[in-house]
Design a protein around this ligand. Sequence first.
Ligand code: BES
Ligand code: MN
Ligand code: ZN
Length: 485
Amino acid sequence: MATMKIESFSADWIETPCDALVVAADEDWRARQEIQQLSTATQGWLSRLLESGEISTKPNKVTVLLGPPQIASPLLAIVGTGSRTSGLNNIHFRAASAAMKTICTRKRGTVRLVGLGASPLELRAAVAGSMVGCVGQDLFRAEKSLIEPDLIEWVGVSDPQLRAGQTIGESINITRRLVNLPPNYLYPETFENEARAVAVDCGLSIEVWDKAKLEQERCGALLGVARGSVRDPRIIILRYQGSSPDAEPLALVGKGVTFDSGGYSIKPTDGMLTMKCDMAGAATVLGILNAAAKLRAKRNIVGVLGLVENLISGDAFKLGDVLTARSGKTIEIHNTDAEGRLVLADCLNVALDQKPSQIVDFATLTGACVVALGTEVAGLMTNNSKLQSEIQSFSERCGEHTWPLPMHSFYTEQIAGKVADIKNVGEGRWGGAITAAKFLEEFVAETPWAHLDIAGPAFYDSPKPWADAGGSGVLVRSFAEWLLA
Ligand code: BES
Ligand code: MN
Ligand code: ZN
């Protein structure tokens, strides 16, 4: 992995030259030491601009000042962080990212950042954010809209926080890049290569199930989805050992549909256009494993990635087909666009073989979840209230929102099959995120399990002040922080 160059800087940050200087200012900027120092150095120039409102302290607002007087850097950017009591915990991640996104539209040598974040968690978030802001989605454009600087310097961040933040930022960018890769470049076989590269880089063991092995293992639900494509599917099992070999692992399962056309229940063009993002769950698991391994998390983790393309051909699965999942359950296909749950059915069953203490799955599973919660919040559905509140609280602490949806037993009636044990959709569209989760629940036995429907937050259709459009890498940071704690 090409790592971005990041160093801590402890000399005089105003007098020592660099190519761009980024300083945070919140509503309470008069009380901030860095702003005071800059105001003093500039004989009150900066405080006059802040006083007049010319420089905004609103979250993610970046004011670029060229040729600031008495400052060694030719460019000074002030980034707003709003109110300290906003309760929004992603402020520092987003502010650092927004500043870099603004500055890195041109090639910069050294960018120096000052005053973003105070607590260790905030500092790690800010460092990670600075790496996300300067990387865009235009992987195939000759002229990039965002260019990484040669060096990012941090003032006032201790080395452990800096390195942890850097690892988290790198992991988020791994996930984002995979999501952004076009579907003619990223398909199950090439995803395998990417997973191998990550595994080698951070010392994970990797086991790959090809089509023959998947047949031998009777992964009939996943294989049913894969039939429409000439590209063979994969299940990839990654293992990280951070605890004693006999300690029960945490299992992380990811939906990796590298392109979702909908199959015979075909999507309209508008809905299909961004369906390269349908492997975001698998990419999220890979990003989290990269972070966990490099941060030396103290638990065993197994990642299971289900990689397929959902296409159409003379051999594709059809409406009315009955598939037999690896668990033995039979599934009646009522909609070939409800393919994610079929892929996950077998992956969850494979995860159960590892005797995990907990299972968490990540999936861009339903449009219904986006209707329910919008694009900033992931749906959280579980069979275990303790795991639910744990995930909700640490994701909230990172400002990556998750919100529970109900899982009453009566929802299960909606997925009862007539010809087979269950069917792959509910009765009508209502509660679609929940009936999908109830389907998954059929495959986790009694194991504490949580399902994160990331169809909303995994992919930005348009650019945000703090990030380019495309893959967001959402929840990599929250889970990295959870495993670090
Ligand atoms: N991959 C989609 C869900 C999705 C929608 C992800 C929007 C990202 C953005 C999933 O496979 C799907 O098509 N789900 C169907 C389920 C339905 C047929 C029961 C949906 O949400 O319409
Ligand atoms: Mn689909
Ligand atoms: Zn899908």
